[in-house]
Design a protein around this ligand. Sequence first.
Ligand code: PLP
Length: 394
Amino acid sequence: MIYLDNNATTQVAPEVFEAMQPYLTTQYGNPSSAHRFGRTMRAAVERARSQVAELIGARAPDEIAFTSCGSESDNWAIGGFLEANPNKRHIITTRVEHEAVRNLCIHLEEIGCEVSWLEVDQNGELDLDDLRTALRRETGIVSVMMANNETGVMFPISEIGKIIREHSDALFHVDGVQAVGKVPINLKELPVDLFALSGHKFHAPKGVGALYIRQGVNLPPFIIGGGQESGRRAGTEAVANIVALGQACELARTFDGHAQIRSLRARLEDEILAKIPNARLNGTRDREKRLPNTTNISFEYIEGENIVLMLDEAGICVSTGSACSSDSHEASPVLRAMNIPYTTARGSIRFSLSRYTTAENIDQTISVLSGIIAKLVEMSPFEKELQAAADSLR
Ligand code: PLP
C-alpha cells in the first residue's frame, strides 16, 4: 500500500507505540491515586505535558490541557470563551475552516451569535483588510486555522494576531491541527491565546489532542466532574494516549527529514502538472505558503471520487480533500470558497505525504495516476474540453 492521505490521519510511529505500550498493559494505575503506582502515572502525564509544551513553544507546561481530539480542542476554545463571556457574541472566522470550527460557528449563528466569515481568494489566501474591517470593539473571539487541511495553504498567524491585538480586545484561537509536526511553531512569539492540536495527525494514535490556553486566559471546563487537568477537563486521563502524544511531540521536535518531504511533494506536484494536461493546482503556487507535505490538484471534467477508487484499486490511498458528498454532488466548501469552477473542484485530489513516504512511492503514484487519468478522460463526456487542455500543453 502507498499511503498519501496523511492529512486524514497518520501511522502511529513505532517509537510512539513502544512508549505507550506499558500504559496499556502493566502500568494501568490512575494518575489521581495517591499510591506510588498512581504517582508514576501522574509523572508520565506531566512529562508528556512538557513535551507538548516544548514542541509548540508554550511558556509553561500548565498552558497545555489534554483533550480527546482536535475537534474537542476547537469546540472547547470557542464554546468555552462564549460561555465565560456571554455578552461578547461576535465571532470572526474564515470560510475555509475545518468542520470542527465551521460547523460549530454555523451552529452558534443559529443560536444567536453573530459570525463574520472572512473570504479567501483563488489562491486560498485571506485579505487582511477584511479582518481589519470585521473587527469591532465587541468582537469576542477570532478563530483562524494555521494551515488548511485540504490545500495546505498557511495563514499568516503572526500578522493576523497583531491586527487583532491592535484593533480589539478579542481572543485569538488558532486551529493548529494540520500544522503541528509539519512546520515550526513557537507560541511564545505569536499573539495567540488558544491553540488546538490533535495527536493522530502526527503519528500518535487517534483519541488524544490538546488545547494550549495562554497563561491568564480563563476558560471554563469543557467537561465538568473531577479535578483532572487542574479542574479544566474532568475524566480520568487516557494515560497511554497522552504518553503517546508526548512521544510524538518529541519525535516531531527532533525530526530532520522535512526537506525530504518537501522535495518529494515538489516532485509529485511538478510531474503531475507537467504530464497530465487537465491537472490544475489548488492553492497558492508559492510553496513557502503551503504545508510542505500537501498538494491538492484538480483533474478537470473528471470525478475525484472515481480517481480515488481507481487509485485505491492500485493500492494507493489519497482523498478528494474533504467531505465532498457524493449524495449532494457538491464540491468541497473550501474549494468553493476559493471560487474554483465546479467542473474543476469536483475533480480535486489531495495528496498528503509523511516521514514514511519514499521516492518510490511518489514515482509509482505518478505513473499509475497518469494511466488512470488517461482512462477517465476517454470515458468523460467532456472530450472536446479535455482535448483543448491537452493541446494547450503541446
Ligand atoms: N482541524 C483541522 C484543520 C483538521 O484537519 C482536523 C482533522 O482533520 C480537525 C481540526 C479535527 O481533528 P480531530 O480529527 O482530531 O478531531
